[in-house]
Design a protein around this ligand. Structure first.
Ligand SMILES: CCCCCCC/C=C/C(=O)SCCNC(=O)CCNC(=O)[C@H](O)C(C)(C)COP(=O)(O)OP(=O)(O)OC[C@H]1O[C@@H](n2cnc3c(N)ncnc32)[C@H](O)[C@@H]1OP(=O)(O)O
Ligand code: FAD
Length: 664
């Protein structure tokens, strides 16, 4: 059989309706149709070509990004694309750009923190891209600790203005995407000072560059922070540095939904919580969870297709070698990642719903679910991005040597993805936020306030800290109720153990710092429980299509049992399961790998990614890996000449050394 036939053969083995699974993956038939149409549109447009981008210099890469962003905008206007279609188009262009921050943070910040009047003034200009904005919060000296920001916004009652100033080197804004070279405006976070009194961090809309010639306005020093990790990758983004030297802005450019400053310089707080100043981060963290499933599914698609094509060992009497995907070790490394991609997809959908729900409540002045929304977005952002970053690297290893080639697409995907573990909140810092929320929940148990939502299980803490797992045979692990109780017991017991340890400290903050490593583990357990439970909930829905639900059940079980196996120490040390039950879970997991094996190629086909989006020779739909790898090698600039540049200066003299030595 030719390499090109391997995937066709695999597709014939699929045990479910792949077209229906595509709709489940996309979220709805409508979303599927948009994604399918727009991804093909991008793939067929030569301006969006990206196969040469890791070879470009920083300047050429940046200009290429500007060209793509301008072309994308032109196509959006020409084709009158809806908001959803436009977003999908930017996603498939697949090159980090200032537009991500303009649409993803600048506009949401004004929407979430601006008054009606401010929204009416700024949003129409932003929607038409007559102004381009970024989100300037982080400083050289302060990122995680937002309350530690140093930039000041002093109210000047004489002129009815704020004076924005960077008092120290460490107060220089540092990192904001789009700031370095493009943005005309920024939402700048600064300490509000009125009459010498510090009212903490607030957001301000500040113009940075002239709308006529793009030069920085007086008092503004702005530039790019420099090259980042990897070639291509996130270097298409102009992450920037910015300093203010007493820059004046009108008073009405402070975002005033949460608090206001009057003409007289009076500071007034609305009845909305102060934490809404952090609202844009909650919004973006929620989108990052869905993005994790996309990045992970992309890597998994590449590694799965390649693993079905690649053969090593096992040939008998000159017959074909074994497909590496049939090695149990390959399966135990790859299939949990496939299952994780689906798990993150569904928890991302749920989180989107949660965010929409909390937004609706906030509009009706119901702030009760804000702490949970903060904990869920922070925790799930952390857990899904860390797992995805690790998984992309694992996929590279699963592809052996060829995975290390740039043309596999995996090195660039890794380089572009890993900052997700840091931006929008360092993952450990965010897990500590979840831990605080959990400790608060435990401390309130018995006070008559019943935990709700994702912490509702804590309401059954007495049962969960005493229950015995009922598993006796491997197949008992297939019962959703059994899986759920094991995960709930582990999470509840870890939180309760932390709370008990904390109670021994006279100073709770000291205790929290001392126990922070354990608290992070408890937070991870809680977040993993959410992901598992949302997958199980998804399966309670009506899911049409032959065999579709069955495949999803298998993936759900793989995801849960893989986590259980990976964190066996937690489950056993908390007494949530016995060592014997842990071994049975592993036995069941092996059976599940065999069960899902015939369908894995169809399961990655269901992501419906174009070859353009995948950007990987190893992951192409046709599986023609070797011919493509061979052809690609000859396109490398080093192969433009047979004898390399530098031969005469640096190679020949060494080779001819013996002649010189002989003459001496
Ligand atoms: C689509 C775009 C593409 C993506 C491109 C990526 C671009 C990247 C952009 C960025 O990175 S922007 C910068 C992001 N920066 C951060 O994420 C900073 C992380 N730090 C924080 O979020 C906070 O400083 C902190 C870690 C939460 C701590 O803040 P603070 O010291 O003020 O809080 P605490 O005293 O711990 O808590 C006070 C109180 O507030 C609650 N809370 C904290 N954050 C939020 C929130 N976002 N929403 C709601 N509530 C929040 C917290 O739980 C505490 O509650 P109580 O315990 O008092 O009830
Ligand atoms: C590619 C990229 C794009 C970005 N885009 C933007 C943007 O558009 N706008 C913007 O404003 N910012 C942006 N940022 C900044 C980003 O939000 C911050 O880098 C991030 O919040 C982490 O903060 P930090 O860099 O200060 O890390 P630090 O907080 O200095 O982290 C350093 C280490 O200290 C640990 N640590 C910190 N605090 C604690 C604690 N309390 N307990 C335990 N450990 C702790 C962390 O876990 C980490 O290991 C971007 C960053 C990157 C990398």
């Amino acid at each position: 059989m030719e390499a090109v036939d391997y995937l066709a053969e695999e597709r014939r083995k699929a045990e479910f309706d792949v077209e229906e699974m595509k709709i489940v993956w996309a979220g709805s038939r409508h979303a599927y149709e948009i994604s399918d149409r727009v991804s093909r549109l991008v793939a067929s447009d030569p301006v969006f070509r990206k196969d040469n981008r890791t070879m470009l210099s920083r300047k050429d890469l940046f200009k290429d990004t500007l060209r793509k962003a301008a072309h994308a905008w032109k196509r959006i206007i020409e084709l009158r694309l809806s908001e959803e279609e436009a977003k999908t188009l930017r996603f498939y262009v697949d090159q980090p750009a200032y537009t991500d921050l303009h649409w993803g943070m600048f506009i949401p910040a004004i929407k979430g923190q601006g008054t009606e009047e401010q929204q009416q003034k700024w949003l129409p200009m932003a929607y038409k891209m007559q102004i381009i904005g970024c989100y300037a919060q982080t400083e050289l000296g302060h990122g995680s600790n937002v309350q530690g920001l140093e930039t000041t916004a002093k109210f000047d009652p004489q002129t009815d203005e704020f004076v924005i100033h960077s008092p120290t080197l460490t107060s220089s804004k540092w990192w904001p995407g789009g700031l370095g070279k493009v943005s005309t405006h920024a939402v700048v976070y600064a300490r509000l000072i009125i009459d010498g009194q510090d009212h903490g961090v607030h957001g301000f809309i500040v113009q940075l560059r002239s709308l006529d010639d793009h030069s920085p306005l007086p008092g503004i020093t702005v530039g790019d922070v420099g090259m980042k990790f990897g070639s291509g990758a996130y270097n298409s983004m102009d992450n920037g540095v910015l300093r203010f030297d007493h820059v004046r802005i009108p008073r009405n450019q402070m975002l005033m939904r949460v608090s206001q400053v009057t003409r007289e310089g009076k500071y007034m707080q609305s009845d909305v919580p102060r934490q809404l100043v952090y609202g844009t981060m909650v919004y973006v963290r929620q989108t990052i969870v869905s993005d994790a499933s996309r990045a992970l599914s992309r890597a998994v698609c590449i590694a799965t297709r390649y693993s079905a094509v690649r053969r090593q060992f096992g040939s008998q009497n000159g017959g074909p070698e074994t497909q590496v995907i049939n090695y149990k070790t390959q399966q135990s490394r790859l299939f949990p990642l496939l299952a994780s991609a689906y798990a993150f997809k569904f928890v991302g959908e749920w989180l989107k719903w949660l965010y929409a729900d909390v937004t609706q409540r906030l509009e009706a002045n119901d702030f009760s679910t804000l702490p949970e929304a903060h904990a869920c977005t922070a925790g799930l952002k952390s857990v899904t991005t860390s797992a995805t970053a690790d998984a992309i690297e694992e996929c590279r290893k699963l592809c052996g040597g060829h995975g290390y080639l740039s043309s596999s697409g995996l090195p660039e995907l890794f380089a572009v993805y890993i900052p997700a573990c840091t931006y929008e909140g360092d993952n450990i810092v965010l897990l500590l936020q979840v831990a605080r929320f959990l400790m608060k929940t435990v401390s309130q148990l018995g006070s008559g306030k019943n935990p709700v939502g994702t912490t509702a299980y804590m309401g059954r803490v007495e049962h969960l800290t005493q229950c015995n797992c009922e598993v006796q045979r491997a197949e008992d692990w297939l019962k959703p109720s059994v899986i759920l109780e094991a995960f709930e017991a582990r999470a509840a017991r870890m939180s309760v153990a932390c709370a008990k340890s904390l109670s021994k400290f006279s100073n709770p903050e000291e205790g929290f710092a001392e126990l922070s490593a354990d608290l992070v583990e408890a937070a991870v357990a809680h977040c993993q429980l959410i992901i598992v439970s949302k997958f199980i909930e998804k399966l309670q829905q009506d899911i049409p299509g032959k065999g579709v639900k069955r495949q999803l059940e298998t993936l759900c079980n793989i995801y849960a049992l893989y986590l259980l196996h990976k964190h066996l120490g937690d489950f056993i040390s908390t007494g949530s399961i016995s060592p014997k039950q842990g071994a049975l879970a592993n036995e069941q997991l092996r059976l599940l790998y065999s069960q899902v094996r015939p369908s894995v190629i169809a399961l990655v086909d269901a992501f419906n990614y174009t070859d353009h989006y995948l950007g990987s020779i190893l992951g192409c739909y046709d599986g023609n890996v070797y011919q493509k790898l061979y052809d690609e090698a000859w396109k490398d600039p080093l192969n433009e000449t047979v004898v390399p540049d530098g031969y005469h200066e640096y190679i020949r003299p060494i080779l001819k050394q013996h002649i010189r030595n002989a003459r001496l």
